[in-house]
Ligand binder design. Structure first.
Ligand code: NAI
Length: 679
């Protein structure tokens, strides 16, 4: 047995002549492929090419998995496309050299095997995945790029065009079983058999499977454009080309080069170098880093929450309890009504079946979610999450009633969407235990949770709330306890402007279309209908006390008529099978440009007000909150980043013009004068 240790790699040659290449990046919980790691790998592969081992096995010494991708921090360091291309071509040549090794080469995969990590695995002749933990994917498109180390053509060669393009275009991950079924890996085996499977594969290399017959058919020069156009149409329904060029580049590469491997590899490198330096990729990389920043806020070594007690089993409380149990916590859920608790359990079973698939896992998770009409869980809970009716008196009464039953250290987190904590804290003997944990609807989909910090909230309560949020795989954003916190405060002027446009006779479908064109994930009218018009009205009424928001008559009338949007089947739109039916767009009294300017100007103006008042601590946190809380066009990098890009003076001039035409609601916030242009 011979061993050679590098900074990132360790090469162990065993008695059978197999070289085991262990990757273990120092001071990092996950392996990534950065420049230094690749330079070392280059040297290792050159040596192995001369030594001619019996087989080469790549594996990771990290618990978290194989390789999580390329090193994203290096993505923003290139100062030109040429510099990026040179770097990418170097990786190409290393991966080509791996491919050329004459012996069997194997990637032994547990946990995450993503992006560049999967591309390395694809350069091997065989891939063996650990059946329970492996997650494989090419998620580059989410960062505005595509595979860049030869993974485009290599994934197609293993899985066929449709499955590989689906992986690249959606960025989804596959578990080991699906990876095996689609041909991405050769074997899915239990952990205890991994090493044996690798050794067996080296000693008795199997034949690789052939692609299906229709793969030849779709590659024919007259069929390819048809297939490509079909895919373009599908992509266009989700992402506009001018905002998200990467998926279109993936399809273009396939259409032009799928029959010519060498050209495919060459052009993939050029295309990714071009995308990487572009506006969208740089901003999406920023958004990814913002999510990492939010996650890091939730780090807390002393975090010790095991039992969560949720009060209120309605839309929010029910979903919060369901989600927390899914993430491994013991949860008791209390409501006044038995029927509500029964409905929660039914919803839970449905979600767990969808997410976990395995009957045993579903049962174990359901066992952690305990209906508790009498509130027995209160005495044991480490955290109580309150999600009852949005009313100061009702919530205060509940606090008075439950506090004597709690442990001294128990934290109370309220899910209020609009009540400042200072109005609720007086009901408690220990007001420092109160913090806001503002979830968004639907809990299982919305990534952000606002951590509302009142003037009495203790550091411990704040830190526990942030850590809990991270533990349930959500992003914590600390905000001040001011009306609307951050997200609703930003959204409300934008939504009320949309309703004003509607009242001026602009077709609602046009308002939504213009917002989508700007890059919003959903138009404001459909968003209001989805959130529920009663909730919108309540938040608007609350905010109207502190900001220039007019309460729309239309909104009040719809709420009076119980046309509350999606949940009642009718609001601004009618809903069929949960989908808004949008009437065709007739003439509009306002131009598209004006619609967009008015919607976005109000949102940006309120963002500046939040920055001035420090509702969240920094510009980055404000951008992060608005992107993850409202879905604000991610390819812009967030509203403050967008302001910087467009030029503060230009946007200020636009606001002034709108103020002259439409009045005070467009009055530029004082904060515009004091923002520092970045260097
Ligand atoms: P909901 O009306 O669906 O549920 C409230 C539940 O609380 C009901 O099941 C009711 O039986 C129960 N309840 C009321 N008083 C109780 C008491 N004293 N003891 C035990 N159970 C009691 O309301 P929803 O929409 O779930 O809202 C709950 C809270 O979450 C509110 O503060 C709301 O502002 C906030 N919120 C709502 C969002 C939404 O989109 N619906 C989003 C974010 C926050």
């Amino acid at each position: 047995m011979a061993k050679k240790t590098y900074k990132h790699w360790k090469v162990v040659k065993d008695d059978e002549g197999i070289a085991w290449l262990h990757l273990d990046i120092p001071k990092s919980s996950a392996n990534t492929l950065g420049e230094q790691t690749l330079i070392e790998l280059d040297a290792i592969i050159s040596t192995l090419a001369e030594e001619n081992p019996k087989g080469v096995v790549f594996l990771s010494d990290k618990e978290s998995g194989f390789i999580a991708g390329a090193d994203i921090n290096e993505f923003t360091t290139f100062d030109s496309e040429d510099a990026a291309l040179e770097n990418i071509q170097r990786a190409h040549s290393i991966f080509n050299n791996i491919e050329k090794l004459p012996c069997p080469t194997i990637a032994l995969i547990h946990g995450f095997c993503l992006g560049g990590g999967l591309e390395l695995a694809l350069a091997c002749k065989y891939r063996i995945a650990e059946q329970d933990s492996a997650k494989l994917g090419l998620p580059e498109v989410k960062l505005g790029i595509h595979p860049g180390f030869g993974g485009s053509i290599r994934s197609i060669e293993r899985m066929g065009s449709f499955a590989a393009l689906d992986l690249m275009l959606t960025g989804r991950t596959l578990d080991a079983r699906r990876a095996k079924r689609t041909g991405l890996v050769n074997y899915a085996v239990p952990e205890r058999h991994l090493l044996k499977a690798a050794r067996e594969t080296v000693l008795h290399p199997p034949h690789t499977a052939k692609l299906p017959w229709w793969e030849t058919l779709i590659r024919l020069s007259f069929i390819r454009p048809l297939v490509a156009n079909m895919m373009r149409k599908k992509v266009a329904a989700r992402a506009a080309k001018e905002h998200y060029p990467a998926p279109y580049a993936i399809i273009d590469l396939w259409q032009k080069y799928v029959g010519n491997r060498e050209a495919y590899l060459r052009e993939e490198a050029k295309s990714i170098a071009h995308l990487l330096l572009g506006y969208t990729a740089q901003n999406l990389i920023r958004v990814f880093k913002l999510s990492e920043t939010l996650k890091s806020l939730g780090k807390d070594k002393s975090f010790n929450v095991k039992h969560i007690h949720v009060i209120g089993g309605g839309v929010m409380g029910g979903d919060i309890a369901i989600w927390c149990a899914l993430q491994g916590f013991d949860v008791t859920i209390q409501d006044q009504r038995h029927e509500t608790l029964a409905a929660v359990l039914k919803r839970a079973a449905k979600l767990y079946q969808r997410k976990l698939k395995d009957r045993r896992k579903v049962k174990n998770t359901l066992d952690r979610l305990m209906p508790d009409i009498h509130g027995y869980g209160l005495t044991k809970a480490d955290v109580v999450i309150e999600a009852i009716f949005e009313d100061v008196e009702v919530k205060s009464n509940l606090f008075r009633e439950i506090e004597p039953k709690l442990k001294r250290t128990t934290i109370i987190a309220t899910n209020t969407s609009s009540i400042p904590l200072e109005e609720l804290a007086p009901a408690l003997k220990k007001p420092d235990r109160l913090v806001g944990l503002h979830f968004f609807n639907p809990v299982a989909k919305m990534p952000l949770v606002e951590i509302v910090v009142g003037n009495k909230t203790s550091k411990k309560a704040k830190q526990t709330a942030m850590a809990l949020t991270k533990h349930i795989r959500r992003l914590p954003l600390p905000v001040t306890s001011t009306p609307g916190f951050l997200v609703n405060r930003i959204l409300m002027p934008y939504l009320t402007e949309a309703v004003t446009l509607y009242e001026e006779g602009v077709p609602p479908a046009l308002i939504d279309k213009v917002a989508l064109k700007f890059g919003m994930p959903m138009g404001p009218i459909e968003l209001a209908d989805t959130v529920g018009l009663d909730i919108c009205l309540k938040v608007a009424e609350n905010l109207a006390q502190s900001m220039p928001i007019s309460i729309s008559k239309t909104l009040q009338e719809l709420v009076n008529k119980k046309q509350l949007g999606k949940k009642t089947g009718k609001g601004f739109y009618e809903f069929k099978k949960g989908k808004a039916v949008k009437p065709s767009i007739s003439n509009s009294p306002v131009s598209d440009e004006d619609i967009q300017n008015r919607l976005i100007a109000r949102l940006l103006n309120e963002t500046i007000a939040c920055l001035r008042e420090k509702v969240a601590e920094s510009e980055d946190l404000i951008d992060a909150g608005i992107i993850f809380g409202t879905g604000f066009a991610p390819f812009t990098g967030g509203p403050l980043h967008y302001i910087e890009y467009k030029g503060q003076e230009n946007l200020l001039a636009m606001l002034r013009q709108l103020e002259q035409k439409y009045g005070d609601r467009f009055k530029p916030d004082a904060g515009w004068e004091s923002i520092q242009p970045s260097q």
